[in-house]
Design a protein around this ligand. Structure first.
Ligand code: AMP
Ligand code: ZN
Length: 479
């Protein structure tokens, strides 16, 4: 079995990853609170853990990984957004959940196996809270239920702080019903205007942390392999998840490996609305930045390092990808061929790429390996290169490869026609290269018959122009 090494926040070491059950490797990643568009920083954990999901599936098998990422759809920020906009909470969370899914698909992330919404797991949360009270790890007071941090000796171990340090360093809410200022909320009362569920402590709603403990237990069990999220979640969110889950299920250890991505900045500064450098994934997509360019920039920095989004990096990523697409297009990778090779399982990502990823998800190393493969330029290296790009999902749409490679287009038709024409031009280039001029002429004649003017440029490249007599239906003969 191929070894994967991962840096574990819990032990502060890079360790060999050994799944609890290699037939079902289980991962939980904290997802978004749904009240607005995802900002660019939110895409970082999604892309990082998407690559890990792909790597785990590559090593343990497509059907031997369970990946869960939640949606927080009960939260005071959502309530505030509903109050200020006059819309219902359901409308806001439904709409922003779909936005998130669309935007993350655009940056090439596969959907996790389960995407639980917190509000669908309230009974499980209530049950877990009851269990914690029964074991004296939690207490009810004034309609609230609080977790008693002093009841859990290891509280603070993940982030390496003592309770006293935490009190000194954190903005803790001091409240008369708390026994210790660090005690955190498991359940709180709701007034009539706020969403609430009946519970043994009156009508109320859960605190944020309990949702992840309850959903992870329900979908992955008491003990699972990997838990991830941004490092802003390490304290208090993850510390609290550990306390709740380990006290509710003292026989198990919750997650074996904790992984945290560093934060994203923009041009060297924290992304913030007041600095005017705050933007969403959708803003970039709408400006015409392709999803795979965003993904490439994200992957060019290791997840444990702060990542700086800069205009220069975006430009460089765009140029590199264009060069790579040209390489694939030039080697004749039409979409049909790619699909066939993948379907027949004849395509394997390059070992250099996989081994970089096995080393604590060294995506920067994987990109360096890709650069080397293109410079070798043999047929084998190019097919491994293509398979690796597919594995990392850095191509986006294979049907548009030739177009994206800048195999010139001077006037643009609909996407389907464009890709048929571009593939036909590539086939014509290949035919010319192998001195099959009859085939090259045949393709040209068929294109011209459909009203597509073929323009030959320097160095064997060609572009096309759609004439006023263009008839897309006639392209069928070229499919
Ligand atoms: P939130 O909706 O704020 O709870 O965040 C959802 C996910 O995005 C969490 O895993 C956060 O850690 C992560 N995240 C938020 N801001 C950033 C950032 N600037 N850079 C990287 N990750 C972030
Ligand atoms: Zn969480």
């Amino acid at each position: 079995m191929t070894t994967i090494k991962l840096h574990n926040t819990k032990t502060r070491k890079r360790e060999v990853f050994t799944p609890i059950d290699d037939q079902n490797v289980r991962m939980y990643v904290c997802g978004p609170t749904v009240y607005d568009r995802a900002h660019l920083g939110n895409a970082r954990p999604v892309i990082v853990f998407d690559v890990l999901n792909r790597l785990l599936r590559h090593v343990y098998g497509e059907d031997h990984v369970t990946y869960v990422r939640n949606f927080t759809d009960v939260d005071d920020k959502i309530n505030a957004r509903a109050a200020e906009s006059g819309r219902t909470i359901g409308e806001i969370t439904d709409e922003t959940t779909q936005w998130f899914l669309d935007d993350m698909a655009a940056v090439g992330a596969l959907e996790p196996d389960h995407m639980p919404r917190a509000t669908a797991y309230i009974p499980q949360m209530v049950e877990m809270i009851e269990g914690l009270i029964a074991k004296s790890h939690a207490y009810a007071a004034e309609g609230h239920v609080l977790f008693a941090v002093e009841s859990y000796k290891k509280y603070g171990a993940l982030s390496g702080r003592s309770i006293d340090d935490m009190i000194a360093g954190a903005r803790v809410e001091v409240a008369p019903y708390k026994r210790n200022p660090m005690d955190f909320v498991l359940w709180k009362p709701s007034d009539v205007a706020t969403p609430g569920w009946d519970s043994p402590w009156g009508r109320g709603r859960p605190g944020w942390h309990i949702e992840c403990s309850a959903m992870a237990y329900e979908l992955l069990g008491a003990h699972f392999d990997i838990h991830g999220g941004g490092n802003d979640l390490m304290f208090p969110h993850h510390e609290n998840e550990i306390a709740q889950s380990c006290c509710a299920h003292p026989e198990s250890e919750f997650a074996n490996v904790w992984m945290h991505n560093e934060m994203l900045q923009v041009e060297g500064k924290k992304m913030s609305k007041s600095l005017g450098n705050f933007f969403t994934v959708r803003d970039l997509l709408d400006q015409g930045v392709p999803g795979e360019v965003i993904r490439f920039v994200m992957l060019s920095t290791h997840y444990r390092k702060p990542m700086d989004w800069t205009e220069k990096k975006r430009e460089e990523a765009e140029k590199t990808l264009e060069k790579w697409y040209f390489r694939l297009a030039e080697a004749g990778y039409s979409s049909d061929m790619v699909k066939m090779l993948i379907a027949e399982n004849r395509w394997k990502p390059a070992e250099e790429v996989i081994s970089a990823l096995r080393d604590d998800l060294n995506t920067h190393g994987a990109i360096t390996a890709l650069r080397k493969l293109t410079s070798v330029g043999t047929a084998v290296s190019i097919s491994e290169f293509a398979a690796s790009l597919d594995f990392l999902n850095l191509v986006g749409d294979w049907d548009q490869l030739a177009l994206k490679a800048g195999i010139g287009v001077t006037s643009v038709g609909d996407n389907e026609s464009n890709s048929v024409i571009a593939n036909a031009l590539l086939n014509r280039q290949q035919a010319k290269k192998s001195k099959n001029f009859q085939e090259a002429d045949r393709i040209r004649e068929m294109l011209e018959d459909a009203g597509v003017k073929v323009i030959d440029g320097a160095g064997g490249t060609s572009s096309f122009e759609l004439g006023s007599d263009f008839e897309p239906a006639k392209l069928d003969a070229l499919k």
